[in-house]
Design a protein around this ligand. Structure first.
Ligand code: ARG
Length: 246
């Protein structure tokens, strides 16, 4: 008799416990994109997108664990279910939308061309015959490639390596999202003052959180969270926190 009651109670606690526990999602971020996603001094993911996805999760009532995953392969991992969400300053593009689903946009950027201090260009056409670096398979690379200006394009795993190569005189220019360009130009201790953000592309891009195709439930939760983060003004606070003093 007692045994039966104990068992019943146990079953009840187990099932209710499960119902009450918030869903937990694994989030992949390539932490080489400061100040959007980067590693703190103790090697933990931090940055604008990192704070943003955590705020979204809190507002929509789920939990997240953010992991540092290399950009090259980050989309493959979400497609095969190694993690649930890519939060990595991913620009929503028509091409990517064929393979993945996206949340509503959470931030707007443009492509920026960074040159060594003292140098400048007026348009992408001025990069003809120049060596231009960027992170592999990013929209920056797509923009310079599609412009067909006759630049020599060099793709790096990490945009920081492209900047270093430029400061070392091995390439002429770097193209990346404008908040990242501003971070290297104004903020990062070893590069600030040595660079010039010389040109911004006109075309606007929008960041979205990326999920495997068909995960409608998750997209809805993300959108609910994004809406709440925007409505509460928390997004403005995060912009000020990470981009404010650029
Ligand atoms: N916004 C660009 C794109 O979607 C670059 C994103 C790179 N993100 C990163 N964490 N490395 O292609």
């Amino acid at each position: 008799m007692f045994r039966r009651i104990t068992l019943a109670l146990l079953a009840l606690t187990l099932c209710c416990g499960q119902a009450l526990a918030a869903e937990k999602y694994i989030v992949a971020s390539d932490c080489t994109w400061p100040p959007m996603e980067m590693l703190s001094a103790d090697k933990k993911p931090e940055g604008f997108s990192t704070d943003y996805i955590r705020a979204v999760a809190k507002a929509a009532g789920f939990e997240v664990e953010v992991r540092n995953i290399a950009w090259d392969g980050i989309f493959g991992g979400v497609a095969t279910g190694q993690y649930d969400i890519v939060s990595s300053s991913v620009t929503i593009t028509e091409e990517r939308k064929k393979q993945f689903d996206f949340s509503d946009p959470y931030y707007e950027v443009v492509q920026a061309v960074v040159l060594p201090a003292g140098k400048s260009i007026k348009s992408l056409a001025d990069l003809k015959g120049k060596k231009v670096g960027g992170q592999i398979a990013t929209t920056g690379i797509f923009v310079i490639r599609n412009a067909k200006v006759g630049a020599e394009i060099k793709e790096y795993d990490d945009v920081g390596l492209a900047i270093q190569d430029m400061l070392g005189g091995r390439i002429d220019a770097v193209i990346c999202d404008d908040p990242v360009a501003l971070y290297y130009v104004n903020k990062k201790a070893d590069t600030a003052g040595k660079l010039n953000l010389s040109f911004k592309a006109a075309e606007k891009e929008y960041y979205g959180f990326t999920v495997r195709k068909g995960r409608k439930d998750l997209v809805e939760k993300l959108n609910k969270g994004i809406k709440a983060v925007k409505a509460s003004g928390l997004d403005k606070k995060l912009i000020e926190k990470w981009m404010g003093k650029n």
